[in-house]
Design a protein around this ligand. Structure first.
Ligand code: ADP
Length: 493
């Protein structure tokens, strides 16, 4: 790497000095060679054109006033045939107009005669900085092109008129495109999928202060109409410094295998859970029969032990049931049976159902009166499960003498169901993990409280399947507030 004149270039910079005055050629050569550049000289325009056709020069110092082929002609030729070469025009005072014309024709700079070695150094340093910037941009572009072209994921960029600015081979392959060049054509010619087109429109229409990644999944079919591939799509706008949308970037990922694996896993879990539940229920029945004394006298000690066995088996049955529920929710089954639901009615039923348990534990469970009708679109069984889980947890994790309030309020396009308790609460770290499957807070306060760690995972899956949101606020020893937002049902069914 050459490092002189404060400039670093990855290879030695080649400079051609074109001037019919030998004194100038030699002077420039001497000074520039000392600076570490490789310097050649041409005594006229004709010779310069010959040399330029044989090898690449980074910089040409070009005298405009030469006999034979005029300097301006050399300049125009270089600009149109060697755009990477930078030209600095050498000119006398009297030919300032020429210098201006030369700049219009694409010269980078000019240096008036006579000039000192320092003057020359300054313009050459400036030219090298310019070359280096151009090289950096072009290297970066080349690196990006190679990277994008070799990605297994599909990438497409559009401008703000929805014209394709870039589409890598993976993108074209995923959409089954084999035809002509797509660059410059309208997205709708390449992307037939309506939703994907819609996502690009949405990304372009996104206001500057907002930034959201739009995501969706699509199933593509083969010619016979059989499901072929499942693609995950992500679409984002890209912006200038003033946050104006310049276009969009769309990423496609082939998630067919992932989806298949998820299905296999979910089927497997359902199968195992189902197979466990039936024999466990039979065992429970048998224990009941023994406890009733139908198989002979049961001593107090035996009764106590059998009760404990029942408890453990019940936990296993619960676990199996919850695993089955989760598998059902994840397979999307629940969304097939949606109705307009009266939240007030469901909350009243659920609070009444849990009242006995709350009273047993000396907890005040209260439903805040609902002032206006609250309707959401959902699956009744699943919405009941959400509320039951949240109220059940509130009872489980609130010590005797505590309070629980259940309420619902209308918010713009959602109904917010709120379950607040004065229970043991939890730390911020736990809050971040309680919706994970099998996660249970482990501390002194929870040590004797049983559970599977699946309840909130189920709750979250159900809420999300209803396009809702769940969040929690909690403070250790002060209590927790769970809020579920479900979109309001607008039309009656
Ligand atoms: P579990 O079967 O353990 O109750 P969940 O998924 O329903 O499983 O809850 C996960 C964990 O979140 C619980 O183990 C408990 O530590 C914590 N948690 C849930 N609800 C509350 C609550 N109302 N107050 C305090 N902690 C709670």
């Amino acid at each position: 790497m050459t490092e002189r004149a404060g400039i670093r270039t990855p290879y030695q910079t080649k400079i051609l000095v074109v001037d019919d005055e030998k004194r100038i050629r030699e002077g420039c050569r001497k000074m520039l060679t000392q600076e570490g550049f490789e310097v050649a000289g041409a005594e006229n325009g004709f010779r310069a054109l010959e040399m330029i056709s044989e090898e690449h020069f980074d910089i040409i110092l070009l005298d405009l006033m030469m006999s034979g082929v005029p300097g301006m002609e050399v300049l125009i030729h270089v600009r149109s045939h060697h755009p990477d070469t930078v030209i600095i025009v050498i000119t006398g005072y009297a030919t300032l107009e020429h210098a201006i014309e030369a700049m219009k024709n694409g010269a980078f700079d000019f240096i008036p005669k006579p000039f000192s070695p320092q003057d020359l150094r300054v313009v050459v340093v400036k030219a090298i900085e310019y070359i280096r910037t151009l090289q950096d941009i072009s290297n970066e572009k080349s690196r990006m092109r190679v990277l994008i072209n070799h990605l297994a994921d599909g990438v497409m960029a559009t401008d703000k008129e929805k014209r394709v600015a870039l589409a890598n081979p993976a993108f074209l392959k995923m959409l089954g495109h084999q035809g002509d060049r797509v660059i410059g054509s309208h997205v709708s010619e390449l992307v037939q999928n309506e939703r994907l087109n819609e996502m690009i429109d949405q990304a372009l229409a996104m206001p500057g202060e907002e930034f959201a990644e739009l995501t969706d999944e699509f199933q593509f079919e083969d010619r016979a109409g059989n499901p072929k591939t499942i693609l995950g799509a992500r679409c984002v706008p890209f912006r200038d410094r003033l946050d104006r949308n310049l276009g969009t970037v769309t990423l496609l990922q082939d998630i067919t295998t992932l989806k298949k694996m998820e299905q296999i896993k979910s089927d497997f879990v359902s199968m195992v859970a189902h197979e466990i539940r039936s024999p466990m229920n039979s065992v429970l029945m048998l224990i009941k029969v023994i406890l009733k004394g139908r198989a002979g006298h049961v001593t107090e000690k035996q009764e106590e032990m059998l009760n404990r066995v029942s408890e453990k088996i019940n936990s296993l049955v619960n676990l199996a049931s919850e695993l089955l529920d989760l598998a059902k929710i994840e397979s999307g089954l629940i969304m097939q049976e949606q109705k307009r639901l009266d939240i007030g009615e469901i909350l009243t039923e659920q609070v009444a159902f849990h009242q006995t348990k709350a009273q047993e534990r000396d907890i005040l469970l209260e439903l805040i009166p609902i002032s206006e009708p609250a309707f959401v679109l959902g699956n009744r069984y699943n919405i009941e499960e959400v509320i039951s889980n949240l109220v059940g947890n509130a009872i489980k994790y609130t010590p005797g003498g505590g309070k629980i309030w259940v309420s619902t309020t209308a918010k713009e396009n959602h109904h917010c169901i709120c379950v607040r308790d004065t229970g043991i609460g939890m730390s911020q770290e736990d809050i971040e993990r309680i919706f994970e499957r099998f996660y249970r807070v482990k501390n002194e306060k929870t040590r004797n409280i049983g559970g599977t760690g699946l309840g909130l995972a189920i709750v979250k899956s159900i809420v999300e399947a209803h396009n809702g949101i769940i969040n929690v606020e909690s403070e250790p020893d002060l209590g927790s507030t769970f809020k579920v937002y479900i979109p309001t049902a607008i039309h009656s069914d």
